[in-house]
Design a protein around this ligand. Structure first.
Ligand code: PA5
Length: 316
């Protein structure tokens, strides 16, 4: 499924662009994205992209609590299943406080609730798991924000990112190298990215956790150079996966950090693509592919997440 991301990504972008937002939504002063796990991740990317390219500030909520200032904000309630308790509560509270809510989902209770209050619903295509549906969720939001003139990502960058998802052989080869490194090197795994690419590190850690049942931490530079570096340098047994955008000053900073951290082993994932958007999409794709392949090579099933299901029952 991950190998075929180009198709759902392109369809989702078109449907996001075509989504008719009610009059007044485009006058919002900020964007709020409510969502958990693979669904909330879409918000992290939009926040980073809007900071990079320009557009409305994007605030991401990963709980049931919308911000107190939500009145008049454009609120995307994103839940792949449509049945995640925190997202349902965030959406309905935001609505009651005067937020301009849009539901982004495959259906479930979120779609029913949104229809009952007259909020727009962007229906996304099914996928084997919410996290595998990242292109559906991310590109729907991107298309919708672009069509409303609320994010300044150039169309050529969107198109390039969609084209890049057609480079299956290259992606598979790079994912294979990453998996070989993950299997061979032992120690504590940390995924490190420069600040504008931090959502990619966070996504990689989540994909490894859910699909490959492997734990890792996400770190960002320069921030980690002001705290975690001290412990890494003392431990000397970490494995560092560097998310390298090949972009200055970020690449130099990343490698300087890695040198001072003195890890037991380093793997550099050099991001392909001619724009920040494409590079983020490439890193996300690579992480997803590698997590599934790692699971399969280790005899694990990527799709079931039984402990997450148990937690979801606690929240219900
Ligand atoms: O990818 C996953 O399976 C999870 O991270 C889910 O996205 C998370 O549990 C939230 O569920 P949903 O995306 O259906 O709202």
């Amino acid at each position: 499924y991950y190998l075929g991301w180009a198709g759902p990504a392109r369809r989702a972008y078109s449907s996001g662009v075509a989504l008719q937002l009610p009059q007044g939504y485009a006058r919002a002063g900020e964007v709020v994205v409510c969502g958990m796990g693979g669904s909330g991740a879409a918000g992290d990317y939009l926040a980073a992209l809007s900071a990079r390219y320009g557009g409305l500030p994007v605030y991401v909520v990963k709980s049931a609590e919308p911000p107190a200032w939500v009145r008049g904000s454009l609120v995307y309630a994103v839940s792949f299943s449509g049945n995640t308790r925190e997202t349902l509560s965030c959406a309905s509270r935001a609505y009651r406080l005067g937020g301009l809510v849009v539901a982004v989902t495959t259906g479930g209770r979120l779609a029913s609730w949104a229809r009952s209050v007259g909020a727009p619903v962007a229906l996304v295509e099914e996928a084997p798991a919410p996290r595998a549906g990242w292109p559906q969720l991310f590109y729907t939001l991107l298309g919708s924000l672009k069509a409303a003139g609320l994010i300044q990502v150039p169309e050529s960058h969107v198109e390039e990112s969609l084209q890049l998802l057609g480079e299956r052989e290259r992606a598979e080869a790079e994912a294979g190298e990453l998996v070989a490194w993950l299997r061979e090197s032992r120690g504590r795994l940390a995924v490190l990215a420069p600040e504008p690419y931090y959502p990619v590190a966070v996504r990689a850690v989540s994909e490894l956790a859910e699909n490959a049942k492997t734990s890792a931490v996400a770190m960002q530079v320069p921030e980690a150079g002001h705290n975690l570096l001290e412990a890494l340098a003392r431990d000397g047994d970490s494995r560092l996966l560097l998310i390298d955008p090949g972009e200055e000053p970020w690449s130099t900073l990343l490698h300087e950090f890695a040198g001072l951290a003195r890890p037991a082993s380093i793997h550099v994932a050099r991001l392909q693509g001619g724009s920040p958007l494409s590079r983020m999409v490439w890193g996300t794709w690579l992480a997803g592919l590698a997590s599934v392949r790692l699971a399969l090579e280790e005899g694990l099933e990527p799709e079931p997440v039984k402990t997450i299901k148990a937690f979801r029952r606690v929240v219900e």
